[in-house]
Ligand binder design. Sequence first.
Ligand code: CMX
Length: 440
Amino acid sequence: MEQIKKKLIERALAKAEVIKKLRTDFGSVVIGEVTIGHVLSGMKGIVSLFTCTSKLDPEEGIRFRGYSIPELQNLLPKISPEDEPLPEGLFYLMLMDELPTMDDVMYIQNEWIRRSNVPKHVFDVIDALPPETHPMNQFVAGIIAMTGSSRFVKAYDAGVNKKDYWDATYEEVMDLIARIPRVASYVYRHAYHNDHQIEPDPDLDWSGNLAHMMGYDNEEVRRLMRLYLFLHADHEGGNVSAHTTHLVGSALSSPYQSYAAGMLGLAGPLHGLASQEVIKWIFDMIEELGTDNPSKEQIADYVRKTLSEGRVVPGYGHAVLRKTDPRYVAQREFALKYMPEDKLFQIVSNIYEVVPPILGTIGKIQNPWPNVDAHSGVLLLHYGIKEFEFYTVFFAVSRALGVLAQLVWDRICGLPIERPKSQNAAWFIQKAGLDSPVKF
Ligand code: CMX
């Protein structure tokens, strides 16, 4: 067995035993209560998922295996001191629960290069779609087309013992992550560059290769890719993409299937599609106002108009966070370092000053502050990646790291199929003691 798997399972088995013990010996311990409000408000606040890769604090933001974003910007291996952390290292941390050395990172990187060959029929599937098909749909079609090479399905069909599910899952997860940049960049070139595809460069890291295969070869873009793929990797277990990947995986669907399902959730405008919606919203504002240098008053009027039309202000608000998203802050710092004069960055900065006070006056909005999507597009645009419908694909590439590391852990811990109970309206009405004016 290769070294990393040996190390993983040696530690993980002891931890999995503890999780099993919690289930068998402490299953009746009460950890909260469920109200009608919880059920009808998107289940927010109910602790109902087990996730070990990361944890989200409403005030402080995300911590990956206990480490905050600024801490990891110092602690994770980089190509050079002024660079961003290599996402390979974050994956190692989330999977192994220890900070990687540069050797560990190089091991992951070389594994992903070794496993990165994408079967030709996957490209045929993408080619068969009209180039104007939304890039997220092309991307997911490409992922689903790979299910034929599922190592998990092969092992399952061969009758593998359930205690070894994690092994085939790990192998498939490593294949899948290795192949993702090739699929994503293939979609990009299919959608926007007349199918002129660019071959991978085996000397580049995972993020650098994505930029390279898309057609962007300067070092600053690679740096941005590393930052982007590091920041979007995980956001604990309850967000739609992570939760869906986990849920579908609980039926022992393959990692390819589970991840594809999760990414269809990411493709919604209230989740990852918001990164495209932010730029679209800014361009619409510029067009409507007739200026690419709108004043704060003009921006405020446009925000109020958006709200009065019953639309959301994209990039603002969050189901858990109650402060400015530290992922927004990290991107803002990148912009201040590399592109402080960028016109769109100035607009994004002005929006940051204008939107929270307006949203804050609307009582129902829990969090008026920007989330990760409020900033990502403007960085990509600065380096010439102007096709904003593609932005969520970057998010999907990054999100693979967290949700798939967790899927390996789900299988190590032998988590069962998920099956919460639902009830009809009459049940809730009776529980509430409501005298309903209409009959159910
Ligand atoms: N603009 C306008 N209204 C907003 C709002 C925003 N940015 N954020 C929240 N609201 C509204 C909600 O739509 C909801 O209205 P109703 O009661 O009429 O349905 C009300 O305020 C309460 O919402 P909430 O409890 O504060 O927030 P939710 O947990 O329901 O929703 C989120 C969270 C992110 C979907 C919401 O803030 C939103 O729609 N933001 C804009 C889209 C966005 O940026 N999504 C990306 C999130 C990050 C990510 O997953 O990538």
